[in-house]
Design a protein around this ligand. Structure first.
Ligand code: HEC
Ligand code: HEC
Ligand code: HEC
Ligand code: HEC
Length: 408
């Protein structure tokens, strides 16, 4: 956790071009008087339109305050509030609110005004179902390429990664409003815009209802889980079938040749997608097309299970500074989203969201794939995520990123 925190701080300071101000929770408490009227003295409040800030990641709070200040995130109420805050104020306020607990009672009702009616009036006939919200949150929906939210926002909305906000016990109305804003594009975030775009009105309400009290749903098993888990039978069956792959990818999925990717430890979801797409031509490669043509759906499942259960060998030893800067911070001006947002701070990817692991992979293979995405030779990335990300990247940057990923 320490390591993640540290690299993340680094990532942020790199984006800002200056070191992130060190927050002082005590100073933040004094400054928070300004915020208490709406957000509550300790960041918990009874009003459905004001988000709870208690227990939120400090990094996330700072990022949002900066976004309100710069106008990247628009809100008529928060814009003037943030306009007057210095970097130090933001850091102090974030330190204070993040140190508060979101469990327990709400702060005394400081807000006396009732919430104004939101633009999206509730259809009187629809009653939100938190259990359905939980199911969607934990499983996503493969048919619509909707990633499981839990992959980023964590179990019951306690996210482990500092750039992903905690959703635990957030006001349903606020969650719904944000999902609508991501859906109609008025709040911009590459990841969330994509996911929210496919959510239906009912699903948005169900998810909101779930977060009102995730613990109340703890005993309810998420229904119809789509993900086929990796069984030991499949791993054994896959091992036998993997003999034909060994010449290029290595017996245990650790290829010795830099242009052949290592498959060891890659998520089975991602491997199944790639093999299926080599087979149907969505991902084009003359060698792999031939290999995949002969595979049945069962073979693909077994092979993916086998390789995902292997351990990847170490990649490059030496890190790369330029690569690190881009990987953790991206470059907003050129639509290069921080790679860490999807591939993870440590390059482990996010199986449930379909984001492949990139850590310890061969440099040549990684650079090759970035080049192929840039020229659209590889075009099997949903919503052209990787094609957009690589569009304005230089060759030097691709090399740097490949080296950094391999060293993770
Ligand atoms: C007059 C009421 C009001 C005051 C005072 C106020 N806020 Fe807000 N704040 C809001 C509203 C409304 C939103 C939700 C905006 C939206 O819907 O996008 C918000 C959102 C936020 C968010 C984003 C939360 C998230 O989960 O994304 C942060 C962070 C925040 N406020 C911090 C502060 C801080 C710090 C102060 C004090 C300096 C403050 N606010 C003062 C009304 C207020
Ligand atoms: C790949 C990671 C990822 C996945 C998967 C994901 N999110 Fe997010 N989510 C984010 C990030 C990053 C943000 C913060 C965006 C920003 O900085 O403004 C966010 C923000 C949010 C917010 C706003 C929180 C606030 O305090 O303002 C909500 C609500 C949300 N996500 C719900 C969902 C739901 C529901 C799903 C599943 C359908 C989902 N997310 C899937 C990464 C993810
Ligand atoms: C003759 C060499 C060769 C053989 C044999 C071979 N592959 Fe490949 N494989 C490749 C090459 C080259 C690529 C990279 C293609 C590209 O650049 O897009 C690849 C890519 C892949 C990928 C995509 C990995 C990623 O990270 O996206 C998977 C999955 C894969 N192979 C699985 C298999 C399986 C399973 C077998 C055996 C049934 C197999 N391969 C046999 C050469 C081979
Ligand atoms: C919004 C999410 C997202 C972001 C941001 C993102 N990626 Fe990806 N990346 C993906 C997805 C999804 C795939 C897999 C596409 C597919 O299904 O074939 C992928 C695939 C890749 C691959 C191919 C892996 C393999 O084994 O073949 C590489 C390399 C890669 N990304 C590097 C990067 C780098 C470097 C960055 C930052 C500059 C980045 N990605 C940013 C989502 C993302």
């Amino acid at each position: 956790m320490k390591k993640i925190f540290f690299s993340l701080l680094l990532g942020f300071s790199l984006v800002q071009g200056a070191a992130l101000a060190q927050g002082d929770a005590a100073a933040g408490k004094d400054k928070s008087m300004l915020c208490a009227g709406c957000h509550g003295a300790t960041g918990k409040n009874p009003s459905p339109i004001y988000p709870d800030l208690a227990g939120q990641h400090a990094q996330y709070i700072v990022k949002q305050l900066k976004a309100f200040k710069s106008g990247d995130r628009t809100d008529p109420v928060m814009a003037p509030m943030a306009a007057n805050l210095s970097e130090q104020d933001m850091a102090d306020l974030a330190a204070y609110f993040s140190s508060q607990s979101r469990t327990g009672d709400q702060d005394k009702a400081v807000v006396t005004t009732t919430a104004p009616a939101t633009a999206t009036a509730t259809k009187p006939t629809f009653v939100a179902d938190p259990a359905s919200g939980k199911t969607l949150y934990e499983n996503g929906d493969q048919a619509r390429e909707l990633a499981a939210c839990i992959g980023c926002h964590g179990k019951e909305g306690h996210s482990k990664v500092l750039i992903y906000p905690n959703l635990f016990k957030q006001h349903p109305e606020y969650i719904e409003k944000q999902l609508h804003a991501f859906k109609d594009g008025s709040r911009v975030d590459v990841v969330m815009n994509k996911f929210a775009s496919v959510l239906t009105e009912e699903e948005i309400k169900n998810i909101g209802a779930y977060f009102a009290d995730p613990q109340a749903m703890a005993s309810i098993k998420a229904k119809h889980i789509v993900q086929a888990s990796v069984s030991s039978e499949a791993v054994t069956a896959g091992k036998a079938k993997a003999a034909v792959c060994a010449s290029c990818h290595g017996v245990d999925g650790n290829s010795m040749v830099a242009i052949y990717p290592k498959l060891a430890g890659q998520s089975s979801e991602y491997l199944v997608k790639q093999l299926t797409e080599f087979k149907n031509g969505t991902r084009k490669d003359p060698v792999m097309a031939g290999m995949a043509a002969a595979l049945s759906t069962q073979d693909i499942q077994d092979l993916a299970s086998y390789f995902s259960a292997q351990k990847i060998t170490n990649g490059l030893e030496k890190s790369n500074e330029l690569g690190k800067k881009l990987y953790l911070g991206g470059d907003k001006k050129r639509s290069i989203t921080a790679c860490a947002a999807c591939h993870g701070i440590q390059g482990k990817g996010m199986a449930k969201a379909g984001f492949p692991a990139v850590a310890n992979q061969h440099v040549d293979y990684l650079k090759g794939q970035l080049t192929k995405f840039k020229s659209s030779v590889r075009a099997n990335d949903a919503n052209a995520i990787m094609r957009i990300t690589t569009q304005k990247m230089t060759e030097e940057e691709m090399q740097a990123l490949a080296e950094y990923m391999s060293s993770l």
